[in-house]
Design a protein around this ligand. Sequence first.
Ligand code: ASP
Length: 341
Amino acid sequence: MSTRRKFLQSSIIGSAAVLTGEKLLAAKPLTVAAVLNNPIVISTWDFGKAANAGAWEILQKGGRALDAVEAGVRIPEADESNQSIGYGGLPDRDGKVTLDACIMDEFYNCGSVMALEHIMHPISVARMVMEKTPHIILAGDGALQFALANGFKKENLLTAKSEHDWKEWLKTAKYEPVKNIENQLYDKTKDPMPGGIKNHDTIGMLAMDAAGNFGGACTTSGMAYKIHGRVGDSPVIGAGLYVDNEVGGATATGVGEEVIRIVGAHLIVELMRQGLSPEAACKEGVERIIKRNPIKAKEVQVGFLAMNKKGEFGAYCLQKGFTYAVRSNQEEKIYTAPSIY
Ligand code: ASP
């Protein structure tokens, strides 16, 4: 865990949000202990570094955390070499690329899309669900219909590489997620599944802007070769992502079923509210997963990442190898999260 205490300036700013219909709109920041003029963005895995750079462009100009996280995660969404997010993501067992994403702002506004096909930037559709509809979640065909009606372009997201890997996978059709594919610990020469990289991993991003407000985003193509229609934790508010502007935020990566069972991100935010550091809260999260099923917990990867209102951040994971990227005025760095095993 790292701290940025020397730059902290605490203040109490009253809530002056405006209630319009059912959604809270920004008027004045709803902050309790604002960390002014010291923005920071953190995100999961090594690929978080490039995503953070996109978010940083907005944060360093004094932009809003929500805008920063959306812009940030759009980078891996459009990166065809990244086979676990957006365009180029590995398909389900039927060869369909189905994407999950959610976004949350500093006023508990949130939006989510589940099992969305053909749209390169599911995070931006999730934001539109949040801002332009009375709903929070749109799924499947309905989500696609909504996206197309709102100007998003229908595209083929299955790249030649991912199609090739899927066809190789079909030869054995063994559903066996591989841990830590997104970092150097993964040894591709010992790939237990034919056809190269096939796995999961998500970008979860949390930002605190210069006004001390939080935003979060999470986007993924989910578990490769999942059953068509399977939805993981990533677009589930409270599981894959949660932001509470009074406390901070948390996000998750790894086998989503394990995260949903313990409502991971919300759990971690509540533990921080009770006074735990981000790292200690993330550790408690992974320990809950172990408590439920210690045998299963040894076989899967789950990583949690969190940040509090002081700009302190931390992470914890089950298996060695979960990394996360940090960008602030003080540093641009990739950290390795401590692990249980
Ligand atoms: N959490 C994602 C899912 O279950 C995958 C991952 O982050 O590795 O869909």
